[in-house]
Ligand binder design. Structure first.
Ligand code: ASP
Length: 462
């Protein structure tokens, strides 16, 4: 007999069905036993005799039984299959389960994080997290379909690559074939997407994994995160912002219809004015901050190109070094004057007080690009070594281009009203950088180190 899912039983009243799933709950009334059976769709009530007695929560079960309508007074409106139950005729235990290390019915927020993540595959059984991941899938699928319909193609870029500056530390991977040399995991696909514009793709996107070794916060995962990386040629800042506005409005309408937008047109706000008025460049513009379903999207534009790093006594990019200055400041830049006053084509995407994305129109003139690197303190030889490939590519016909990269995790955290990014990621790391379930980082065999030509020297002071 073909297996049916819990939700499909509703159409099979009076019929014999085969169901598989986990024992979610068990109520022993002596001669009669009730079991809530759970599968990926939901829960259904099974009714059987004492033979079901020895079952335990989380055992994996296969049953055959007859679907019956429940008496009116026993209907459970809280579950999709609340009007029916299945009378078990025979059953088979497919796997036994030990007692779970924690309860999976509640929010889970009270449970120690290390424990939750060590048993993440059990924590994922929690209906809320399970649903979060389904919505994550639907969100990403919507984005892919929408961009496909708007002429974008998704292109994967390398994970083992060269450092690309986004302001964080790199994760390094030693090379076996070239001992003593290292790959860096990408902080973003920034340079690759620009090279794809030189190649002529014109409209690129990628649901991209980015790796940054920076300290975690509730809204910043340690190690890796996912962003919608996007780049366009022959574009303007306004075209990029309008496209993103359209995409997010359609997404909210389809996947999060209960949400209300504060602004039917996302405002474009000037950096200087926002800082003056709100003392932050990510203002929370909701009308009613107690309303869990209000979304206030806005864009911030007209950022300075550089910011002064007092401690390090040097200029740094406000965004990253590929961001273009506004035309009226190009002469200042080339002559290295008024550096702090140069305005750029950076744009930030802000939602409810969180930065959910950033991007810019890019520099496509090698002379301007070299000057930016120079102001950032790179020596000519270093510029060649680190970024020579990009400057060379720009000498073969580079179209004007620009893009943006909204984060997927942070956006979902906000729209799902979750307090932490870990609630929307399947296998997140702990705050101390330990992977969920699998014990990484961990030591490796000395033979592996030997092959890589690496010797570990422990610093006694640490
Ligand atoms: N690469 C940038 C980032 O990851 C986004 C962009 O400029 O498109 O923040």
């Amino acid at each position: 007999m073909q297996r049916v899912l819990t939700t499909q039983t509703k159409e099979k009243i009076g019929e014999k069905v085969r169901l598989c799933g986990w024992v979610n709950n068990l109520r022993d009334h002596g001669k009669i036993i009730f079991i809530d059976l759970r599968d990926k769709e939901g829960i259904i009530q099974l009714v059987g005799d004492e033979k079901l007695k020895n079952l335990r929560i989380s055992d994996v079960l296969e049953i055959e039984g007859v679907v019956k309508k429940r008496p009116k007074n026993l209907i459970n409106p809280k579950i999709l299959t609340g009007e029916i139950e299945v009378e078990v005729k025979n059953f088979k235990i497919l796997a036994k389960s030990k007692d779970l290390p924690f309860d999976i019915q509640g929010s889970g927020r009270e449970i120690n994080e290390e424990l939750r993540l060590r048993y993440r595959y059990l924590d994922l059984r929690r209906p809320r997290i399970f649903r979060n991941l389904e919505i994550r899938h639907k969100t990403i699928k919507f984005i892919r379909d929408w961009l496909d319909a708007h002429g974008f193609i998704e292109i994967e870029t390398p994970i083992l690559t060269k450092a690309t500056p986004e302001g964080a530390r790199d994760f390094l991977v030693p090379s076996r074939l070239q001992p003593g040399k290292f790959y860096a995991l990408p902080q973003s696909p920034q340079q690759y997407k620009q090279l794809l514009m030189v190649a002529g793709f014109e409209r690129y996107y990628q649901i991209a994994r980015c790796f940054r070794d920076e300290d975690p916060r509730a809204d910043r995962a340690y190690g890796e995160f996912t962003q919608l990386d996007l780049e366009m040629s022959f574009t303007t800042q306004e075209e990029i912002l309008s496209l993103i506005e359209e995409l997010y409005k359609s997404l909210i309408k389809k996947i999060f219809p209960q949400k209300k937008l504060t602004f039917s047109h996302f405002p474009r706000l000037e950096y200087d004015e926002v800082i003056k008025k709100y003392k932050t460049d990510k203002p929370d513009l909701r009308k009613n901050k107690n309303d869990a379903d209000e979304l206030a999207f806005c864009f911030i534009v007209n950022f300075p190109l550089f910011e002064w790093k007092e401690k390090e006594n040097r200029w740094d990019s406000m965004h990253h070094p590929f961001t273009a200055p506004k035309e009226e400041f190009v002469q200042d830049l080339l002559n290295e004057r008024n550096i702090g006053g140069i305005k750029s084509y950076q744009h930030d995407f802000v939602l409810n007080g969180f930065e959910i994305g950033g991007g810019s129109i890019r520099i496509s003139d090698p002379e301007i690009q070299e000057k930016v690197f120079k102001i950032l303190g790179h020596k000519s030889s270093e510029i060649k070594k680190k970024f020579g490939h990009l400057l060379e590519a720009f000498s073969y016909g580079v179209p004007p281009h620009g893009g943006i990269a909204p984060g997927i995790d942070r956006f979902l955290m906000i729209v799902l009203n979750e307090p932490n990014l870990r609630e929307v990621i399947a296998f997140p790391m702990t705050a101390s950088g330990q992977t969920a379930v699998m014990d990484a980082p961990s030591e490796v065999d000395s033979s592996q180190l030997k092959e890589l030509g690496i010797e570990i020297v422990f610093n006694k002071d640490k």
